[in-house]
Ligand binder design. Structure first.
Ligand code: ADP
Ligand code: AMP
Length: 214
């Protein structure tokens, strides 16, 4: 069971993807997380990606496909939830080809929809745990102790690209380059399901579980 969690930055893909992965015993592949890991390790790929990420632009398709291929060939034992990938039609086509090569296929694309102004509020309040990946929100879902992860007690960080100006650029990039990928899946017959993401976390999770059970 391979699934795409699709939607603009801040829609809740990471939050929902973590919960779904645990519930359905799937692996979550978030290309943004892989790129940030590479950036922290200071690899050449991480350094190249950082320039694009800090500007709110997309990292080149070839870099992304290299990471995804490596992950699927080496680490994907169970079904995968793709989070933040694909973000261009070229990535979507390359993923279909790669999955076919590996004898797998997509079962659904779940699109989380949230109004833009709410996305900006969510993104500007987001803080994450660099250690265990837990996601919080200073305004909407704060940790028990400010600045500290509830799960592993590490210091929380704010992403460099979560300031308002970069967030607005990321929303433009989503509208111009990523949202059209939904039409690609509609054309090629992978089931596309739209889910209202501006609901409480547990309600969105229930809706996702219901539609994936169909
Ligand atoms: P994405 O992975 O799509 O960029 P995240 O899962 O990181 O989005 O969520 C963005 C921010 O919004 C985080 O601070 C998260 O805590 C918060 N958030 C996620 N889902 C909801 C929700 N349903 N209601 C309110 N805030 C949410
Ligand atoms: P995310 O963690 O999904 O919000 O992604 C953060 C940033 O990483 C994006 O703004 C892009 O610069 C880059 N990125 C993540 N995934 C991709 C992808 N599939 N294609 C291109 N760039 C990506």
């Amino acid at each position: 069971m391979d699934i795409i969690l699709f939607g603009p930055p801040g829609a809740g893909k990471g939050t929902q993807g973590e919960l779904l992965a645990e519930r359905l015993q799937l692996q979550r592949l978030a290309t943004g997380d892989l790129l940030r890991d590479a950036g922290r390790q200071g690899t050449p790929l991480g350094r190249e990606a950082k320039r694009y990420m800090e500007a709110g632009e997309l990292v080149p398709d070839a870099v992304i496909m290299g990471l995804v291929r490596e992950y699927l060939e080496e680490d994907a034992e169970s079904g995968v939830i793709f989070d933040g990938f694909p973000r261009t039609e070229a990535q979507a086509r390359a993923l279909d080809e790669l999955l076919a090569e590996l004898g797998r296929s997509l079962c659904a694309v779940a699109v989380l929809t949230v109004p833009d102004e709410q996305l900006i509020r969510r993104i500007s309040g987001r803080c994450t745990c660099p250690q265990c990946g837990a996601v919080y929100n200073q305004h909407l879902d704060p940790p028990r102790v400010a600045g500290t992860c509830d799960r592993c007690h590490s210091a929380l960080v704010q992403r460099a690209d979560d300031d308002e100006a970069t967030a607005r650029r990321r929303l433009e990039v989503y509208a111009q380059q990523t949202r059209p990928v939904i039409c690609y899946y509609e054309r090629t017959g992978t089931p596309v399901r739209h889910v209202a993401g501006d609901r409480p976390v547990d309600e969105v999770q229930r809706t996702l579980l219901e539609l994936l059970a169909r």
